[in-house]
Write a protein that binds this ligand. Sequence first.
Ligand SMILES: [Zn+2]
Length: 201
Amino acid sequence: MLTDSEFEKVTEEVFKFHTKRAPGLAIGVAMVDLARDLLGPVKGRLNVISETQACLSDAIQIMTGCTTGNRYLRVLKDLGRYALTLFDREDGRGVRVFIDLKKIDAEKTPELYRFFRRERGDAVKKGGNAREVSGATILGEFMQVKRDIFGSQRVKVIDHGKPTMLRARVCGECMESFLSRDETHDKCDFCSGKSRYFVQA
Ligand SMILES: [Zn+2]
């Protein structure tokens, strides 16, 4: 478990990486810290699945060295739960840490309560000063409860092995190299229209 000064130091690093002092980052740091404690040493490579693309994935990348680039971090961005699973790639043994809403007291930590229920007002949504004040309040409230609002479970990750690398192929249309899913996949997803994200300017 991180000491208070270690917690502060790593949280500052994550704030810097993320370029904003979002309260979800400090909460993420505490979540990764708990998951690490519960998982203990691993036989193979430490891997992580983040169930959200928000703040949490940045805390994971700084603290574990598992990144989207080295593919030790998988982000399930469409799932959208504020949770992560830390696991051993060798055998799939893992620990999942999540926000247990039942453990957040609406009276003791009201802003934290609203934060995880997405019930903060319109002024906060607009950003600016209201958002900053709310963020600082959430952080203050969280520091009083820390791990107490988390739930955890032992899990076995289904596809825990090294992800298979798809074969590279040259697209018949744009003539760029792309990753091909199977024999019939001979045109890249941009040219076939599936991943079109720009138009010619
Ligand atoms: Zn193409």
